[in-house]
Write a protein that binds this ligand. Structure first.
Ligand SMILES: Nc1ncnc2c1ncn2[C@@H]1O[C@H](COP(=O)(O)OP(=O)(O)OP(=O)(O)O)[C@@H](O)[C@H]1O
Length: 291
């Protein structure tokens, strides 16, 4: 199992920098203060300053929660473990409980460590009578391990939970994930930043004004939606090539991505989050958030 965790769950992908995450100034500053600095300088952050062992990132899908998890690990020079809670109950049927135990054991060997748990709501939902016995056992084991990791003075393990459905978390989960940060949809400036960064790597002829205009037209889009839009727009120049020519054309001859490509793409890629979904997050943030 340890082998499996090292191969499948331990992530050694490219490092992520704060600048790679557009917008989210408040979340980034809070995370830097409460977890990154303490992980880098544990000798200063002792006693009352001790960092929380669990934080929760909640908000609509595709807003950069996973990106933040990776960034915390990169910036605090920690090992990053990333697992989706549903895979504990589905992929490793019957072994979920052991998997949780092994995950924390391996993380302890690779400290400092960040354990990122996507869809944490499916692991820590409110108990119900219909709950499956195995899910209940996984949940109990997870809480035991989380408490174990938090009691050791020396342990430097941070659990980062991410969810799109914070309202489904129970009280036990809320108590352990002490900092609960709302990760909202990107604002105009952040959307422009995402577009600019993605277009920078491509052959495009967008002016700053046009980027600003696309930023305005994508109000309500998540970061992932904006990325999809850019991908769709990037196919515009290819679509304008004659079918017969596509075999012979050299990459330099493909025309740059233009504003018109974005106008077409906007008809195909729509926002994936509705405004009533957002109300739920705002309400939950008001009650339980650390914003
Ligand atoms: N704030 C952002 N800055 C830069 N890129 C972003 C941002 N938000 C989203 N993206 C883009 O969207 C993609 C998906 O984001 P990510 O997987 O981090 O979202 P998520 O909130 O974890 O989504 P989910 O809840 O569906 O797991 C990222 O790979 C990135 O390209």
């Amino acid at each position: 199992m340890a082998e499996l965790i090292r191969n499948e769950i331990m992530d050694s992908g490219a490092p992520v920098h704060w600048d790679d995450i557009a917008g989210l100034q408040f979340a980034k500053a809070t995370i830097q203060e409460i977890v990154v600095w303490p992980m880098l300088r544990p000798e200063i952050f002792t006693g009352l300053r001790r960092p929380p062992k669990g934080i929760l990132l909640f908000g609509p899908p595709g807003t950069g929660k996973t990106l933040i998890g990776k960034c915390i690990a990169s910036q605090s020079l920690s090992t990053f473990f990333s697992i989706s809670a549903s895979s504990l109950t589905s992929k490793w049927i019957g072994d979920g409980e052991k998997m949780v135990r092994a995950l924390f054991a391996v993380a302890r060997c690779h400290q400092p460590a960040v354990i990122f748990i996507d869809e944490i709501d499916s692991l820590l939902t409110q108990r119900s009578d219909t709950e499956h016995e195995s899910s209940r056992r996984i949940k109990t084991e997870f809480l035991v391990q989380l408490d174990g990791a938090t009691t050791g003075e020396e342990d430097r393990i941070l659990v980062v939970g991410a969810t799109n459905r914070p309202q489904e978390l129970d009280e036990a989960a809320r108590r352990r994930l002490v900092k609960r940060l709302y990760i909202p949809l990107p604002d105009h400036e952040a959307r422009c930043q995402i577009i600019q960064r993605l277009m920078f790597k491509e052959n495009s002829c967008l002016s700053q004004d046009q980027i600003n205009e696309i930023g305005k037209l994508t109000d309500g889009y998540s970061g992932a939606d904006v990325k999809n839009l850019c991908q769709e727009a990037s196919l515009g120049p290819i679509r304008s090539i004659n079918f017969m020519d596509i075999q012979n054309i050299s990459p330099e001859e493909v025309r740059p991505i233009s504003f018109e490509d974005f106008q077409h793409a906007l008809k195909r890629v729509r926002a994936s989050v509705s405004s009533c979904d957002l109300d739920v997050y705002l309400k939950w943030d008001k009650t339980y958030g650390s914003g």
